[in-house]
Write a protein that binds this ligand. Structure first.
Ligand code: GLN
Length: 261
């Protein structure tokens, strides 16, 4: 009898560690599964842009590349989020951010008093300059010469807003994007195009017979816009942006796309 009891005991003792390790590995397996399918999945950060604004955002094949796309990718990485870039009309970006369709808007977008009534802006990550594109043989030589002329702009951009204020509604011809405005300049439908300097440079480079007026029209700050109720994301992005500016990453991206002449 004693023998049997001790045999059972020995057998039980043998089984316990087996059970423990088996149970343990089962638990581990469960945790792994949770990691893959549970709360660990990356949240998506939706960025609205207008990918017709080189070198900040434009298509390289099917991919949207550029300064904003690359900075946003680094921000998303810091936030542990997955970046999704949505291409839309420039004037749909702010309404989409306001309605919650997009988490943020990043499109070489200028911080502007009127926009600040609708959205919040991050700290600025780049400077922009509004310039005037004219034909090489244009009679326009100064900003004053623009009075009474037809001005092509991209709808709802600061070029549109300022030029409408300075030269009057009748002078303004609006286009969905800068490329269309430049086409109109080439065919003589407008006398000049007021647009941000970096896209202006790439349009002038790509189209013969155009030049940029020496005098700058306006200097401004580019920033990322957020829904007014999303101060939390705005803060997280600002913190990430501050780190990326401090460690030189932002400048490195800008230098990659904008080479000094
Ligand atoms: N910087 C200009 C603005 O914010 C133009 C931006 C753009 O066309 N993507 O209005």
């Amino acid at each position: 009898m004693k023998k049997i009891i001790s045999l059972i005991l020995a057998f039980t003792l043998l089984l316990v560690p087996v059970c423990l390790s088996a149970c343990g590995s089962k638990n581990d397996a469960d945790n792994d599964a949770k990691d893959e399918n549970g709360g660990e999945e990356k949240k998506v950060l939706t960025m609205a842009t207008n990918a017709e604004f080189p070198p900040y955002e434009y298509y390289d094949g099917d991919t949207i590349v550029g300064i904003d796309a690359e900075i946003a990718a680094l921000i998303a990485e810091k936030l542990g989020m997955e970046l999704e870039i949505v291409d839309t009309e420039f004037d749909s970006i702010i309404p989409g951010v306001q309605s919650g369709k997009y988490d943020m808007g990043m499109a070489g977008m200028t911080v502007d008093e009127t926009r600040l009534k609708s959205v919040n802006f991050s700290d600025s990550y780049a400077k922009g300059v509004q310039v005037v594109i004219i034909a090489e043989d244009s009679s326009i030589a100064t900003l004053e010469d623009i009075s009474g002329k037809k001005i092509g702009v991209q709808t709802s951009t600061t070029g549109d807003i300022y030029a409408t204020g300075d030269y009057g509604e009748d002078a303004i011809v609006r286009f969905a994007n800068g490329a269309l405005a430049v086409e109109a300049l080439k065919s003589g439908k407008v006398d000049c195009v007021i647009i941000d300097n970096e896209p202006a440079k790439s349009y002038v480079k790509a189209n013969e017979g155009l030049k940029i007026l020496d005098t700058e029209y306006a200097v401004e700050d580019y920033a990322i816009c957020f829904n007014k109720n999303d101060a939390d994301l705005q803060k997280q992005v600002n913190d990430a942006l501050a780190e990326l500016i401090a460690d030189g990453s932002v400048q490195k991206i800008i230098d990659k796309y904008i080479t000094a002449e």
